[in-house]
Design a binder for this molecule. Sequence first.
Ligand code: FAD
Ligand code: MLT
Ligand code: ZN
Length: 448
Amino acid sequence: MGRFRGSSTTVLKPKTTKQVSEILKWCNERRIGVVPQGGNTGLVGGSVPVKDELVLSLSNMNQVREFDPVSGILVADAGCILQTLTDYVAPHNHIMPIDLGAKGSCQIGGNVATNAGGLRLLRYGSLHGTVLGLEVVLPDGTVLDQLTTLRKDNTGYDIKQLFIGAEGTLGVITGVSILTPPAPQASNNVILVLPSFQNVLPLYQTVKRQLSEILSAFEFIDRTAYDLAVKHGQGRALSDEDIEGAECFVLVETSGGKREHDEEKLNTLLENLLEAENPLINTGVLSQNPAQFSSLWALREGVTEAVSKEGKPYKYDISVPLSSFKEVVDNTREHLRSKGLLHDKAVKHVLGYGHVGDGNLHLNIVADSYLPEIQDALEPYIYEVVSSYRGSVSAEHGIGYQKTHALHYSKDEASIALMKKIKNAIFQDENGLPVKFFIQKDIPQEIQ
Ligand code: FAD
Ligand code: MLT
Ligand code: ZN
């Protein structure tokens, strides 16, 4: 994001769990702040120092420890890059249960630490379900060996869940055991062009009903997001005729066991949609080969990069009711207009895209530069809107540094108090008193 900068002098790149343990013990005894860092692709400033913390990079812990092609269980060092793991299991006809635009840089440990959602959550569920075990080093150097490969284990609390999505605030993940699903025999995708956002919900219902078990993604981009993706060379543009009158787009992916069967289902869906009395779509562009398949995906996956190339992004990653996605984007734009901030020298674009199947909207505001008046116009405005829907102020990117102050919009006092207790139980000094400001710089004030 380039929004947060510290003044650290030291980066350590341990190669073993033992070294991680020694580093944390040493830092703990001296009260030195530590920032665990994976691929550094996080979008909320969680992986960068903000003061002079020690950066603990996991990038040298990058070995696959074991893979069982029968069960599909993979055990790997936390520093393995997601794409590398995808390539590792591919010859065994397996895929990783998680996929995201940052796959070429992000690490499995970072994915687990952020409980990243991504493009396959609709099909394979969250990491809370697919992660079977973790190896974690606690702040005092204790190695917690929870690296089980068991599918079932009801012996006491499921402690590993605490570290999934904790963003390194409770310990450093050094090993991950994860269930990889069998690779689908056939994958296909289509971009559906919609005249109105109103059609997204009924379209989702129809697509779910007709594609049922082969539906693997249902991703949404609005017109501004599409235009920016095309402008910045992400994927191949659809024809002018195809996008005429388009208010938004939905990318549907299928993954199934038999190509002919899946193609027939997808073609029938398209026919039904186009021939309906009141069609929900203007048209649909079906990929015809692997290159087109990737190109259609790039239009969706490339929005993040396009937005960064276009200007300075203010990124909000929210869960709100699906029916309100457009309203939230439009209202934010109008709000900025009413403050006189919608022009070339301030906010250039307000756009929405995201994971419809997960109720997760990415609301992005692209500005010419980061300005305090834009920040003040956006916050707490957006958080209050989210809170009014009982939504989440961070659906998948986490709290990091950027959203520490916003936690209370999505969590009540009792929940925050319990988080605090859990954290203090792990961060005790030799006198049994809670230690503050260790691991991950300014952790949410509420849970320090
Ligand atoms: P980092 O960015 O290095 O770290 C993220 C956080 O985890 C930090 O707080 C860090 O301290 C902590 N951390 C990292 N490694 C460890 C570890 N081993 N132990 C303990 N703590 C650790 N997110 C989604 O959820 N869904 C998406 O679809 C998605 N798409 C993205 C697309 C792009 C192009 C980009 C740039 C980002 C995207 N993200 C998405 C953000 C996402 O959170 C990250 O990309 C990814 O999960 C972070 O992994 P990382 O290894 O880069 O972690
Ligand atoms: C996505 O879904 O593309 C990611 O979460 C990244 C982003 O929000 O830009
Ligand atoms: Zn996302």
